[in-house]
Design a protein around this ligand. Structure first.
Ligand code: MCN
Length: 785
């Protein structure tokens, strides 16, 4: 029997992408379509009274210009965290009398063409009265700093001492060594190939709003539209057509999107907005700007005894909906200990408001930053204790016989292969000879040859967060469970209806593989429907590496229920006891009588077309559901980077990059490898190239791909991937999620490699991205040419 789970089949959805037969938002059109250009604030902090739209309204092709006054009937976005330390922010769909970041939308111009809309947008005049802006964490926390929100005078939107171990300070004072560091991660953006966008239209016949939107979370969008526009949810349909990447940026709902929906409802005409690259860089959700101050104590043998951390997350000007700006601080504090055994832990964590675009949960969500901090601490401790970096990790990683392991933050880790992954990557890299080569090279470094560095990062990746985990966050909306329907039609083909939404991950293939196995079909006989709130069960969408476990398990359960029902029906038709009927090779037959029985197709046809033959308590519809709401399951990986640094230009080149990872049972190893490679590429960007720079007034200085450098194929080496498979005890399929792992490990491995290469010069750099300029400056400070 063919088993599709585990097979590296090519993605079923790729043909239409490769042949250009796509349906992205911008491929959609409607008669009478209006195009939107946003009028955005050119300043980061200002008050205003007047928005003069008179010239824009009379410009050629313009149909309407909407300001906050025109949307006075709508409700602002007010995401909630039910914690007393949380300060909410109110985000109106268009700015009312204050702007708080460059790019904040102030007005919408609706015109017959996009160019007419853009020309007219330039004619809208706003009387800004500029205020001082805060553009850094330090600036925001300075005494007397301008408050981004009057309700948060010190610019702190959340301040939580989440963990406090009273014994920790004594543990640290008794430690053989205490290492300390401040680790900074720059602000980055997800930069999906397709920016945000939507086409919203009022269906006059049904009196409802239909929205096609590039989103990861159609049902959350539906709720946001219904709540802000004051509509019942059944009067809103949200469809995610093809989505060209999201990486988290599209799991939060943007005010621009809601304002466009409101415009369609007001004008009763179809309205389309497609974000351009400049808008995406300037004003879409951003992420990952964090500073971690960490102190950790080790004994003389390198055992981690205790760790204290103070986490600052720059969450921008507003909370994002629905996750809030608490998502990064909470995640960072709770998951900081990662794959290491740790008994004494304290963490304070804060969300800081600045005059910059709001943060949303970008791929990895705080795990790249905590991994960076902890893995730098491990390397620093290794240097102090004169131990090998691999060895100090080995001594502290949670061992297989310790699972399930209850961590210092209360998390229960299911079984993983932390030590085995480290040993795997070390073996695959030829670690000992790499170190040998490095020693030989450093002996002759004076001749201008590149400095060589080797860096490690080991981490665990919590995936498939269900209600049990998200419930602890105390968010106003708890995005946990999934329900999946599987239908068999009269020809024996299957349709899977899932609330998760592939936006690059290949779910049409992997969900089909899982269901095909249960129903003895081929993946091409299984159609996956997702992303349409009219068609699929209420679901939370795709983020937090949840889909393989939640939708996979739910689909598997639904398919199994169908097989159970079909077995009962077959028994009735075959006049056999249900226990004697087996489903093998796509046929339901009586055990021990191979010639008996009927195929799935024959049986399905009978169910629909000969219902009078069914058992009395059966209905003539083959549609079953399954659900999943797991407590989360941990993938893990070890990354190893080898870098060369040119001592003339301080350019960093990644010579080799290796990953040994364990995401449990792999449904499709080809897709898993693609996810890892893509993730590592994003992590390389964060480590070496990408940074959204702002000046003191909050003006963004990276407004195109000329200034915001994403790595190209030239900067990303081939990723050497090795797999371990420790089946998840949490999921039915044994799979664990893994969609973020590449992004989580790469910054730490690369920064460790860079520091390792620079160690002969006595230079240490604890921030990303680490640029040639940073290294040159640090080298100059040490007297290097
Ligand atoms: N998979 C598998 N076997 C496993 C684990 C996963 O075959 N043991 C497959 C899954 O079936 C799925 C893919 O790998 O096809 C990723 O699965 P999973 O880890 O469940 O993650 P999700 O599908 O829920 O995707 C979310 C994750 C996140 S959080 C971000 S951010 C992200 C990412 O996936 N954004 C992406 N990968 C992305 N890939 C693309 N191309 N574009 C994005 O925007």
């Amino acid at each position: 029997m063919t088993t599709w789970v585990g097979a590296s089949i090519t993605r079923l959805e790729d043909e239409h992408f490769l042949t250009g037969d796509t349906r992205f938002v911008d491929d959609l059109s409607r008669p009478g379509l209006l195009h939107v250009a946003m009028v955005r604030s050119p300043v980061a902090s200002a008050a205003f009274d007047e928005v003069d739209t008179s010239d824009a309204r009379t410009a050629p092709g313009v149909v309407a210009v909407l300001t906050a006054g025109d949307l006075a009937h709508t409700n602002p976005l007010r995401p909630v965290l039910h914690r007393p330390q949380f300060v909410p922010t109110e985000m109106p769909l268009l700015a009312i009398d204050r702007v708080r970041y460059v790019g904040e939308p102030v007005a919408l111009v609706l015109a017959e063409t996009r160019s007419a809309a853009e020309d007219a947008a330039d004619l809208v005049w706003v009387d800004y009265e500029e205020r001082s802006a805060v553009s850094t964490i330090d600036g925001a926390l300075t005494d007397g700093a301008q408050a981004v929100h009057a309700d948060a005078p010190g610019n702190v939107l959340l301040d939580l001492t989440m963990f406090h171990d009273p014994a920790l300070e004594d543990v640290l004072s008794g430690a053989a060594v205490v290492v300390e560091g401040v680790f900074d991660a720059g602000r980055v953006t997800a930069a999906p190939m397709e920016g945000r966008g939507l086409l919203a239209e009022w269906d006059r016949r049904e009196g409802r709003l239909i929205v096609h939107m590039s989103t990861q979370v159609p049902h959350i969008v539906r709720t946001a539209i219904a709540d802000t526009l004051g509509l019942a949810e059944h009067l809103v349909r949200v469809v995610a057509p093809d989505v060209g990447g999201g990486f988290g940026q599209k799991c939060a709902v943007g005010r621009e999107e809601l304002a466009v929906a409101a415009a369609a409802a007001l004008t009763r005409r179809p309205v389309k907005w497609v974000e351009d690259r400049r808008e995406n860089l300037l004003s879409a959700f951003q992420g990952h700007e964090q500073r971690h101050h960490v102190r950790a104590g080790f004994d003389a043998a390198g055992t981690l005894l205790g760790l204290a951390t103070d986490i600052l997350c720059d969450v921008g000007a507003y909370h994002c909906y629905p996750f809030t700006g608490g998502v990064e601080p909470l995640m960072a504090a709770t998951e900081m200990p990662g794959p290491y055994r740790l008994h004494h832990y304290s963490a304070r964590t804060r969300a800081i408001a600045t005059n910059k675009p709001p943060m949303a949960p970008y791929r990895g969500v705080s795990r790249p930053q905590i991994t960076l901090a902890v893995e730098r601490i491990m390397d620093k401790a290794a240097v102090r204790l004169e131990m090998d970096p691999a060895e100090i990790r080995r001594r502290n990683l949670i061992r297989r016989d310790e699972f399930p392991y209850r961590g210092a933050t209360g998390i229960l880790y299911d079984e993983g292969s932390y030590l085995e992954a480290l040993d795997g990557v070390v073996a695959q890299a030829g670690y000992a000879s790499l170190r040998e080569e490095q020693r030989a090279a450093s002996a002759t470094a004076a001749d201008g040859r590149p400095l060589i560095g080797v860096g490690l990062a080991v981490f665990s990746e919590r995936t498939a967060y269900g209600t049990p985990v998200f419930g602890q966050r105390l968010m106003g909306i708890t995005p946990g469970y999934e329900t999946v329907h599987v239908r068999i039609d009269p020809s024996g083909g299957a349709t899977v209806l899932a609330g998760t939404v592939s936006h690059g991950q290949g779910h049409a293939t992997t969900l089909a593989q899982m269901v095909a196995d249960r129903l003895s079909l081929t993946p091409t006989q299984v159609r996956v429907v997702q992303g349409d709130t009219d068609a699929v069960p209420y679901g939370w969408g795709t983020f937090a590496s949840r889909s393989v476990v939640l939708s996979g398990d739910a689909a598997t359960e639904a398919a199994d229920r169908l097989v159970e029902r079909l077995t009962r029906i077959a028994a009735h038709l075959l006049e056999a006891a249900p226990d004697d009927v087996v489903f093998e090779g796509g046929r339901f037959g009586v055990r021990g009588v191979p010639e008996s029985g009927m195929s799935l197709t024959e049986l399905a046809r009978s169910v629909y077309h000969a219902p009078h033959l069914l058992p009395p308590d059966e209905r003539a519809e083959l549609d079953e559901w399954g659900s999943s709401d797991p407590p989360g399951t941990f993938s893990n990986a070890a990354h190893l980077a080898v870098v060369e640094i040119d001592p003339a230009t301080w350019q960093v080149r990644i010579v080799r990059y290796l990953v040994t990872e364990d995401c449990g049972v792999m449904i499709n190893p080809l897709i898993v490898d693609g996810q890892i490679s893509g993730g590592v590429a994003q992590g390389i960007g964060a480590a070496l190239y990408e940074r959204l720079v702002f000046d003191d007034e909050g003006q963004p200085l990276a407004a195109s791909f000329m200034d915001y450098l994403v790595p190209t194929a030239a900067e990303v080496p081939p990723i050497e991937i090795q797999h371990l498979e420790t089946p998840s005890t949490v999921s039915v399929t044994g799979a664990k999620g893994m969609g973020e792992g590449g992004t989580i490990g790469a910054p730490a491995a690369i920064l460790n490699a860079v520091n390792n290469a620079l160690s002969p010069l006595g230079i240490e750099i604890d921030r990303i991205p680490v640029t040639p300029d940073d290294i040159a400056r640090a080298a100059a400070a040490r007297g290097e040419a």
